[in-house]
Design a protein around this ligand. Structure first.
Ligand code: NAP
Ligand code: GDD
Length: 304
């Protein structure tokens, strides 16, 4: 029997790399969509030792003709749409670009699926960020969305586009509403990776202190390697649906910093109000962390 074919958009990102690895292990032929850049972007696939095992295909979500050509050439059984401008902070500075890639990019792909992708299954990477500062906690598949960032607005557009294509055009479109998931392959600008890297740089004398924004935000952090399994499982159900993917446990950024600092033998005491807080090591009196108000977002989701 021929191997099943999976196309991953955003295969050079954190989740894309783990998903490609998982699908290869299950015997899939994996087509890894990547966009053109001036330097190599396949470092995550290389880190997992699978860069030679996937078939790299150029896939730029801003370019409809490219999206159509890609689907036409690959003929996938399953499409995982993971490509996005995924950094919430940047979306406040680049709202139009974020809307175009993250929102309209999904719609372009869905249109291509409608035209060319008879019978394929489509996974959309929706996000807990769509819940925003929802009044309901914990959130579920039926919690109304209340997005508070241009990124979340674009993701709500993409999410509703996918469900509309499910109902209106019979596309087997499944949305995984994923809470935060992290790993050693996480992008450097996201808070867990920034804290881990930043504190180790401070420890080794390569950085004076770590600057952070909102310390009191709470997130449900899981491990990305497990979330990609949930993505695949969601898509295997005979009926397409929406699923919340979460661990069910939330912690604050401050707790995360305290724990990471302890790994480096620091015991932090917090001084000052939350918008000017500093984290000082109790033993040495050294300032390890400083809040920089410029890193506080114009609006943030307080508690996911
Ligand atoms: P990521 O590491 O930022 O990866 C994003 C991927 O999208 C990268 O491969 C990137 O390519 C690609 N991309 C960006 N713009 C593109 C464009 N115009 N055309 C084609 N590809 C483009 O994100 P992630 O953490 O793996 O997340 C995967 C997906 O899940 C995203 O849609 C994200 O919004 C969503 N999500 C993530 C989380 C989480 O906690 N990680 C939670 C909920 C939802 P380059 O490598 O060239 O930049
Ligand atoms: N990045 C960053 N940098 N975040 C900081 C900082 C900082 O210096 N200081 C505090 N934070 C706070 C942010 O304000 C936010 O409340 C929290 O840490 C987590 O920020 P990120 O790690 O950037 O993740 P996110 O929750 O905004 O978004 C991630 O998760 C979403 C799912 O809920 C991304 O992966 C999104 O793509 C994903 O949809």
């Amino acid at each position: 029997m021929a191997a099943r074919r999976a196309l991953i958009t955003g295969a050079t990102g954190q989740d894309g790399a783990y998903l490609a690895q998982f699908l290869l292990e299950r015997g899939y032929e994996v087509f890894a969509g990547y966009r053109r850049s001036s330097g190599p972007s396949t470092w995550r696939l290389e880190a997992l030792g699978i860069a030679q095992d996937v078939r790299l295909v150029p896939l730029e979500l801003l370019e409809m003709t490219n999206v159509l050509r890609c689907l036409d050439v690959v003929h996938p059984d399953e499409v995982y749409n993971l490509a996005a401008q995924s950094f919430v902070g940047v979306s406040f500075e680049q709202p139009l670009y974020t809307g175009d890639v993250t929102g309209m990019g999904t719609l372009r792909l869905l249109e291509a699926v409608r035209v060319l992708g008879q019978g394929l299954r489509f996974y959309q990477a929706s996000t807990s960020e769509m819940f925003g500062n929802s009044r309901e906690s914990p959130q579920s598949e039926s919690t109304p969305f209340a997005p508070t960032s241009p990124y979340a607005v674009a993701k709500v557009f993409a999410h509703w586009s996918a469900t509309t294509y499910r109902h209106a055009h019979g596309v087997h479109a499944c949305c995984g509403i994923a809470f935060n998931h992290e790993s050693p392959l996480r992008g450097m600008e996201f808070v867990t990776q920034k804290i881990a890297l930043g504190l180790s740089r401070v420890r080794s004398g390569r950085q004076e202190h770590l600057s952070l924004g909102n310390l009191d935000a709470r997130r449900d952090w899981g491990f990305a390697g497990e979330y990609v399994v949930a993505m695949w499982k969601s898509l295997q159900h005979p009926r397409s649906d929406d699923y919340v993917l979460a661990s069910g446990e939330s912690h604050s950024v401050r707790e995360f910093v305290n724990l990471a600092a302890r790994c480096l033998d620091w015991d932090l005491e917090w001084q000052g109000s939350s918008d000017q807080a500093v984290g000082v090591d109790r033993k040495s009196g050294r300032v390890i962390v400083k809040v920089d108000p410029a890193l506080v977002r114009p609006s943030d989701v307080d508690h996911l």
